[in-house]
Design a protein around this ligand. Sequence first.
Ligand code: GTP
Ligand code: MN
Ligand code: MN
Ligand code: MN
Ligand code: MN
Ligand code: MN
Length: 201
Amino acid sequence: MASGQLSRAEALASPGCRHACHVMLFSDTKIQLFGRIPIRHIILMQMRFDGLLGFPGGFVNPLKETLETGLSRELSEELGVALQISVEDHVDSCHAPASSPSSSSSSRFITHFYVKKIEEEQIREVERAAATTATDHGHEVLGMVRVPLYTTKGGGGLSSFLSHSFIGNARSQLVNTLLRFNLVAPEELHKALTHSMKIHT
Ligand code: GTP
Ligand code: MN
Ligand code: MN
Ligand code: MN
Ligand code: MN
Ligand code: MN
């Protein structure tokens, strides 16, 4: 395990820690950009109130709810859809990076990450609800965004997306998941990562 990583059980056994759970929802798709560039997968992130990109989810109180029940509650608020997230969807837990603004002592804040594959139609339903009935829409959540996984002729796409600003370690959660779930070829991801470092706006 990488430094800062801990198992779900270890995380829950850490006394006096705050916990937050976030999830990457994704589906397969046959959509093609401009009718020729395969989009392959739809991955949902959100533009947060603070202008940073992140995953849907939020603070959970393990004394009052399970991590997964709390995550589902956050999804109801932020997406307007009650999606069931289960223990099997858990990917990793780690101490939040020291720069996290919400914690003066980083080791007292643990973020849990989940990944769940759903149907393309469910993704569309989430997008519709997130923009209409979700209680957090327009203030805590400014909108859902899809992650481009391709590289255009001009070098845009995934590299440009990765050059935006992300909350906490959401960027590495995204990158690690692209690899782990085989959503982008490693060499393509490597190229996009290298190029994203060179983009300054
Ligand atoms: P409130 O309802 O305002 O309390 O927000 P929330 O419960 O929705 O919490 P939020 O989603 O902001 O997540 C809580 C904390 O987790 C944030 O302050 C960030 O430090 C961190 N965080 C937020 N999004 C992500 C994410 O996508 N990945 C990671 N690793 N951390 C995140
Ligand atoms: Mn057009
Ligand atoms: Mn929330
Ligand atoms: Mn949130
Ligand atoms: Mn909350
Ligand atoms: Mn809230």
